[in-house]
Write a protein that binds this ligand. Structure first.
Ligand code: 1CP
Length: 313
């Protein structure tokens, strides 16, 4: 952290609202807990002010700014969880790739992977504390600063989603280049997915050691794979991550935090889905042009309706 004292990942304040964690563990809750993807985002004027003229990934590397941005939506809305301000693309950066945020275009890789030989340019062993320690510091600082108001979620991108960004070089509607790797270079694709898996495991365990109380693994690009490709190139790695993270947390005597299975959950938030054992969210996150008041209305509506259904059922 720049200047200032560094807080230790212990002696955290007592958690006051555990609705999110209870739902994630499959326990009963009085209302459906809610948090929103990109709840810290450009739709909030205070976010735009904090981020003004700052480079996005420089912001990600500042624990103080990440903490402030994470807390902003909590000051406005009765959300049931905080999610650490960061991005899934910090993992490819840790592997040695350069990713920059191009205004109006989004995250962009300066040299995406083109040939199988390009894999040799990646760090084959990543010391996550050296490369991503800034995220751990942001988590510790934020967990203290939350004062136990709600739990803090840590996250990572899942291997296939990160691999597709590393090959496409940024957002893509078809994932044509990344998918062609799966067909043309299956063996190299598996090597890359395994490398990512190893880093993600250490990264997620490190987040819990730093103070994260739940973990999300975003397989945002799962929808681009048909069932067979998904079975071969996505699911096994997600399973390995879930298993390895759990056993490492046990080994290191860290809390066994819930890992929800991924954003697909959100799609299930349909009317009639019930009010127990799930957490409300929005499929595509919050867009910059959203009115903050509408976000408040969404959060309050989920709470009120689910409480009402619980009372009358
Ligand atoms: O408040 C929060 O939700 C926490 C912060 C957060 C998270 C969880 C950000 C900040 N990004 C993410 C995850 C993330 N990033 C995902 C997984 C979830 C999903 O499917 O949306 C993905 C795919 C990304 C990649 C990414 N980062 C994109 C999409 C690119 C594309 O076209 O495919 C974009 C636009 C970003 C930038 C970004 N990340 C986060 C914010 C607030 C922003 C906007 C940057 C800005 O201020 O301009």
């Amino acid at each position: 952290m720049e200047g200032g004292e560094r807080l230790l990942p212990k002696g955290f304040p007592k958690l006051k609202n555990d609705t999110f964690l209870r739902a994630a563990r499959g326990e009963e809750t009085e209302h459906v807990p809610v948090w929103c993807m990109r709840q810290a985002g450009r739709y909030l004027p205070e976010f735009r002010e904090t981020r003004a003229s700052q480079d996005f990934f420089a912001t990600c590397r500042s624990p103080k700014l990440c903490c402030e941005l994470t807390l902003q939506p909590l000051r406005r809305f009765p959300l049931d969880a905080a999610i650490i301000f960061s991005d899934i693309l910090v993992v490819p950066q840790a592997l040695g790739m350069e990713v920059v945020m191009v205004p109006g275009k989004g995250p962009t890789f300066t040299e995406p992977l083109k040939e199988v030989e390009d894999l040799l340019k990646l760090r084959q062993k990543v010391d996550v504390t050296a490369e991503l320690g800034y995220v751990f510091q942001a988590i510790t600082l934020t967990r203290h600063s939350l004062e136990g108001k709600v739990p803090l979620i840590g996250f990572s991108g899942a291997p296939w989603t990160l691999m597709s960004y590393m090959i496409e070089g940024g957002g893509s509607t078809t994932m044509a280049k990344a998918k062609s790797w799966l067909y043309r270079h299956p063996e190299a694709s598996h090597r890359l997915l395994q490398l990512l898996t190893d880093v993600i495991i250490d990264y997620l365990v490190g987040q819990v050691a730093a103070g994260a109380q739940a973990l999300q693994l975003f397989e945002s690009h799962a929808g681009h794979l048909g069932p067979e490709l998904f079975q071969d190139f996505a699911l096994p790695y997600i399973r390995d991550i879930a298993q390895a993270v759990k056993s490492k947390l046990k080994e290191e005597a860290l809390p066994l935090v819930p890992m929800e299975k991924i954003g697909e959950l959100v799609k299930k938030m349909l009317e009639g889905f019930g009010t127990q054992r799930y957490i409300a969210n929005l499929g595509h996150g919050l867009y910059p042009d959203m009115n903050p008041e509408h976000v408040g209305a969404f959060v309050e509506a989920v709470h009120a309706h689910s409480r009402h259904i619980n009372k009358h059922s």
